[in-house]
Ligand binder design. Structure first.
Ligand code: C5P
Length: 207
């Protein structure tokens, strides 16, 4: 069984890279951020509180992993709410259990998130830590929104990226950090194609 673990901060390009890698190797892909987002959305939709750990964990345990859709879950409010419930240990336990079951699928899987190489799949075949400077990540997110015809303010996006980093790296349970044996990939000065080639070379050398 082959598992590829891809971690990194918000807007580092993990999502695109993970999808491309899964396609290239014929593996199943799980964007674990969507499991936190879907849990948060279910709470918001039902008018349930975001600060009650038992309630949030109950929703997380009953989450259906099939049919998670980033389009439906991309709203800024959902991302904020997701990063708030992601600090709760019993929410993480419930979602990690579902993520590990996914990781066992044949012929192989790609999981991307914040704690895949450190907590979810510590024995992953290959671990990548994909990062880029906060400025580059905020700029990419800004360009994406503008290209999609939306309105955005760079400074607000930059602040958002910084706040999300602080929360993800500073939390007590499963903080974002590279696993000891992760390959670091800084995409600040790389195109999507260059990042994919670099990742593929690392994976091919390990398989
Ligand atoms: O990656 P994405 O921005 O969709 O993730 C939303 C939030 O879910 C992140 O800010 C992070 O707090 C949380 N998350 C996590 N562990 C993961 C994936 C996401 O804590 N493996």
């Amino acid at each position: 069984m082959t598992t590829i673990a891809i971690d990194g901060p918000a807007a580092a390009g993990k999502g695109t890279l993970s999808r491309q890698i899964a396609e290239a190797y014929g593996f199943h892909h799980l964007d674990t951020g969507l499991t936190y987002r879907a849990t948060a959305k279910a709470l918001l939709d039902r008018g349930l509180p975001l600060d009650d750990e038992a309630v949030a964990a109950d929703v997380a345990r009953n989450l259906d992993l099939s049919g998670l859709d980033r389009g439906v879950l991309s709203a800024h409010e959902i991302g904020e709410a997701a990063s708030r419930i992601a600090v709760m240990p019993s929410v993480r336990r419930a979602l990690v259990e579902a993520q590990r079951a996914f990781a066992a699928r044949q012929p192989g899987t790609v999981l991307d998130g914040r704690d895949i190489g450190t907590v979810v799949c510590p024995d992953a075949t290959v671990k990548l830590y994909v990062t880029a400077s906060a400025d580059v990540r905020a700029r990419r997110r800004y360009d994406e929104i503008i290209a999609a015809g939306g309105r955005a303010e760079y400074d607000a996006i930059y602040e958002d990226v910084r706040r999300r980093d602080e929360r993800d790296m500073g939390r007590a349970d499963s903080p974002l950090r590279p696993a000891d044996n992760a390959h670091l990939l800084d995409t600040s000065k790389m195109s999507i194609e260059a990042a994919f080639s670099a990742a593929k070379a690392i994976i091919d050398a390990a398989l």
